[in-house]
Design a protein around this ligand. Structure first.
Ligand SMILES: NC(=O)c1ccc[n+]([C@@H]2O[C@H](COP(=O)([O-])OP(=O)(O)OC[C@H]3O[C@@H](n4cnc5c(N)ncnc54)[C@H](O)[C@@H]3O)[C@@H](O)[C@H]2O)c1
Length: 259
């Protein structure tokens, strides 16, 4: 399947995890791919690796919470590839603390990266997509948009805001031919969790058992499984889908924890 032949896809946070898997799958399906990430070394490595596989790829080092960086990312993508068809807003951070422990600065940080960064990128991308007659934006939210994680209220709040941002953008830009959707991943095992397992003195398999607690399918998901759903929403297969959130969570949100 090569649904993105001739298309240009921009992915934020594309240096690892879900963003990297999305960039790789888009490349495999024919897209030219631009990646932005604050991790310059790994982002460059992913772009070079994609190029080695015959994919036209660009890496732009960027802190996505800065409006100028978001605008620069979109500008450099269009300078290089001449258009932009798909934006995947994915760069996100997690903070583990209660509201009582949280500082004003930590609120600013998480909302800047997880919410404003997505909005800034959309702001830069929408006029360019409009010039091509349309496009598609996929925001990576989380099951935390509708459920509480525990000790993560700032993250939960930011992801609920992403769901709201998704609906608002979808409404405001439908007439320009731009569809805007979100994926809400459940527990997805990435390098970040490998590190957390190591820090907790657990093997990856031990960590996965706890991490996947409550998942109907009895395991965490993979970045590739989320990427598959992002590509569906980004592609013409989802041509009548906009303003929605697709849960990619092994059933954890639908499951009731009470007997
Ligand atoms: N892994 C999960 O279980 C899970 C579940 C639900 C939602 N998510 C969401 O998926 C998205 C990707 O997460 P992941 O699990 O793949 O994590 P990850 O840490 O593997 O990847 C995130 C990438 O974003 C980059 N990044 C972070 N802040 C940035 C910034 N300010 N500017 C530029 N780049 C930045 C990081 O360098 C990293 O490469 C996030 O929005 C996260 O909230 C993840």
């Amino acid at each position: 399947m090569r649904r993105f032949e001739g298309k240009v896809v921009a992915v934020t946070g594309g240096a690892s995890g879900i963003g990297e898997a999305t960039a790789r799958r888009c490349g495999a399906e024919g897209a030219r791919v631009a990646i932005a990430d604050r991790d310059g070394e790994r982002g460059e490595w992913v772009a070079v690796d994609l190029q080695g596989q015959g994919v036209e790829a660009l890496f732009v080092p960027a802190q996505m919470e800065r409006e100028e960086a978001a605008a620069d990312f979109v500008r450099r993508t269009v300078d290089r590839f001449g258009r932009l068809d798909v934006l995947v807003n994915n760069a996100g951070i997690r903070l583990y603390q209660t509201v009582v422990e949280a500082s004003a600065e930590s609120w600013d940080t998480i909302l800047a990266v997880n919410v404003k960064g997505y909005a800034f990128c959309a702001k830069a991308a929408i006029p360019v997509m409009g010039q091509n007659g349309g496009g598609s934006i996929v925001n990576v939210a989380s099951i935390r948009a509708v459920t509480a994680g525990g000790n993560m209220t700032q993250y939960d709040t930011s992801k609920a805001a992403v769901a709201g941002l998704t609906r608002g953008l979808a409404m405001d830009h439908a007439m320009e031919g731009i569809r805007v959707n979100a994926v809400c991943p459940g527990p997805i095992f990435t390098r970040f969790h490998e590190n957390r397992a190591r820090e907790a003195g657990k093997t990856p398999d031990e960590f996965k058992k706890t991490f996947a607690g409550g998942v109907m399918l009895q395991r965490p998901g993979t970045p590739e499984e989320v990427a598959a759903c992002i590509l569906f929403l980004a592609s013409d297969d989802a041509s009548f889908v906009t303003g929605t959130c697709l849960f990619v969570d092994g059933g954890i949100t639908a499951a009731s924890s009470t007997p």
